[in-house]
Design a protein around this ligand. Structure first.
Ligand SMILES: C[S@@+](CC[C@H](N)C(=O)[O-])C[C@H]1O[C@@H](n2cnc3c(N)ncnc32)[C@H](O)[C@@H]1O
Length: 207
């Protein structure tokens, strides 16, 4: 089943939550990964946050708990149904990311575990759209898979995850999208490892 079809399955919400919980359980846990990603970024109460590819709302709920005013976008109605239950105060938009046009300006654009699923043209379009949605001085946050430098468990989990990911993940792991970020007018300002090096949170600023 292709990645696109997978997200249109009615079971995808529960399946995604169970699998991601299982993958990160031996690496400190998904909850900790998410909290540490949030701790790496300053989210002040009332911050306007645009979340691209919100999935089942794992980050949406935590961002809302920190006082963010959220607009969360995803193309899959099945994951959105779950996300709506988790973060009832957020505004949800069902849309393909490459077709989405932000209605306002945002302090933070949050993209977690999404870019590696997009082909190069879509990635560039989404990064350019994300950049255009930021207020001056705003922050783009990318949470993504990473290759751990060492450790048997992290390496084994990393291999397991990457076996199921689309081929586009190789671009991410090899190049880190540095060229694409620069082309979109974004500069990486910080990078912090998560989940024993199997994930990373990156922040970028325009300019
Ligand atoms: C791996 S999940 C990550 C979900 C969430 N950000 C998280 O960290 O739990 C990727 C999400 O991105 C969405 N997605 C992927 N490609 C997309 C596209 N081109 N347009 C809109 N949504 C997309 C999928 O539907 C899915 O919900």
């Amino acid at each position: 089943m292709s990645q696109d079809n997978l997200y249109q399955s009615r079971w995808v919400g529960a399946g995604y939550d169970a699998l991601s919980w299982m993958v990160f359980a031996p690496l400190g846990g998904l909850r900790r990964l998410r909290q540490e990603a949030l701790d790496a970024i300053e989210i002040r109460p009332g911050a306007r946050v645009l979340e691209l590819g919100c999935g089942t709302g794992g980050f949406t709920r935590l961002l809302a708990a920190r006082g963010a005013q959220l607009t969360s976008v995803d193309r899959s109605p099945h994951v959105l149904a779950r996300a709506r239950r988790r973060a009832p105060g957020a505004t949800f938009v069902e849309s393909e990311l490459t077709a989405y046009r932000p209605q306002g300006s945002y302090d933070v654009v949050w993209v977690a575990f999404v870019l590696h699923e997009l082909d190069p043209a879509a990635r560039q379009a989404v990064l350019t759209m994300a950049r255009s949605a930021l207020v001056p001085g705003g922050t783009l946050v990318i949470v993504e898979h990473a290759l751990p430098a060492g450790g048997l468990v992290p390496r084994a989990m990393s291999r397991f995850v990457h076996a199921f990911e689309p081929a586009s993940i190789v671009d991410w792991l090899r190049g880190g999208f540095t060229g694409e970020l620069a082309q979109a007018g974004l500069t990486v300002t910080s990078r912090r490892p998560l989940a024993r090096g199997t994930a990373v949170v990156i922040s970028g600023a325009s300019g």
